[in-house]
Design a protein around this ligand. Structure first.
Ligand code: ADP
Ligand code: MG
Length: 237
C-alpha cells in the first residue's frame, strides 16, 4: 500500500480517539497531517488560540459548529485547519476530486485574506484552491472553479455560478464555512445564502463563525447547521 494510505488510516484512528473536551495547547497536540504541520510551522503558528483549541478538535471529528469569538481571536485557522484536514483524510484533494469545500465571506477583501492564510498553511498539500469574488471575468472564474478543491467566495458571486455555470458541480462538497456570518447578514446577503444552501448536499459538515450572536445569526444557524456544537470565547474580565 502507498505510504499516504497508511498515514491517513493512522490519522483517522487518532481523530476517532481524540477527546474534543480535552484542552490542547499546541497544534502539535492535535492529530494533524504532516503537510499541515509543516505549513503551520513555516508560518510560525505553534500555540492554539482559545477558539482554535475549542473548535478544531470538534470540527476534525465532523461536528457542525456555531462559533462566536471577537475579531482577532484566530477564527480563520479554527476553520481552515479542519477544512484542509477533513478533505485530506477523505482523500478529496487533487485534480479530479472536485469541489470539497466552500468558504463564504462577506467581502472580496476578506475572501482574499482567508485565501492568503489557506495558501500559507496549505502549501505542502496537493490542494487546488481559489477565490471567486468577482473582479475577474465570469468565464475565467467558471474555468478555475472546475479545478478547485476549496473555493473562498462572496455570496452573490458564487450564487451566480451555482445558477448559471452548467459545468459547476457541488455534488462532492463536504464542508461549508460561513465566516463573519453576522456581517454577511448585515450586508443583506440572507436570501443569497439561503439560496446557496439549497444547492449544496445536505449531508455536508457546516462551520458557522460570527463575532456576535444576533437573532439573524441564530436563524441562519437553524437553517444551515445540524446538531451544532456551540463554541464561544468570552473576553476575560
Ligand atoms: P479573526 O478571524 O477571529 O478576527 P484571524 O483569524 O484573522 O482572527 O487572526 C487574527 C490574527 O491572529 C492574525 O494576524 C493571525 O495571523 C493571528 N493568529 C491566528 N491564530 C494564531 C495562532 N495560533 N498563533 C499566533 N497567531 C495567530
Ligand atoms: Mg476573521
Amino acid at each position: 500500500r502507498k505510504r499516504d494510505d497508511v498515514d491517513i488510516e493512522t490519522l483517522e484512528a487518532q481523530v476517532e480517539e481524540l477527546d474534543p473536551k480535552a484542552t490542547q495547547t499546541n497544534f502539535s497536540d492535535l492529530p494533524l497531517s504532516g503537510p499541515t504541520m509543516e505549513g503551520l510551522k513555516s508560518a510560525s503558528f505553534t500555540t492554539l488560540t482559545d477558539i482554535q483549541s475549542k473548535a478544531i478538535s470538534l470540527a476534525l471529528k465532523g461536528n457542525d459548529i456555531l462559533g462566536a469569538a471577537k475579531t482577532g481571536s484566530g477564527k480563520t485557522l479554527a476553520f481552515l485547519v479542519p477544512v484542509i484536514e477533513n478533505l485530506y483524510r477523505s482523500q478529496c484533494v487533487g485534480a479530479d476530486a472536485g469541489l470539497g469545500a466552500m468558504v463564504i465571506a462577506p467581502t472580496r477583501e476578506l475572501a482574499f485574506q482567508i485565501f492568503d492564510v489557506l495558501c500559507k498553511i496549505g502549501r505542502y498539500h496537493n490542494i487546488a484552491a481559489g477565490v471567486v469574488a468577482g473582479g475577474k471575468s465570469f468565464k475565467e472564474e467558471a474555468d478555475a472553479l472546475a479545478r478547485m478543491n476549496i473555493v473562498v467566495c462572496t455570496p452573490g458571486r458564487i450564487l451566480q455560478h451555482l445558477s448559471q455555470t452548467a459545468a459547476f458541480s457541488v455534488d462532492n462538497l463536504r464542508m461549508l464555512v460561513l465566516d463573519e456570518a453576522d456581517r454577511i447578514l448585515d450586508m443583506g446577503f440572507s436570501k443569497d445564502v439561503d439560496a446557496i444552501i439549497e444547492y449544496l448536499p445536505p449531508d455536508r459538515q457546516t462551520l458557522l463563525f460570527s463575532a456576535t450572536q444576533t437573532k439573524k445569526v441564530g436563524d441562519l444557524a437553524r437553517l444551515s447547521l445540524k446538531d451544532p456544537e456551540y463554541v464561544s470565547v468570552h473576553e476575560k474580565a
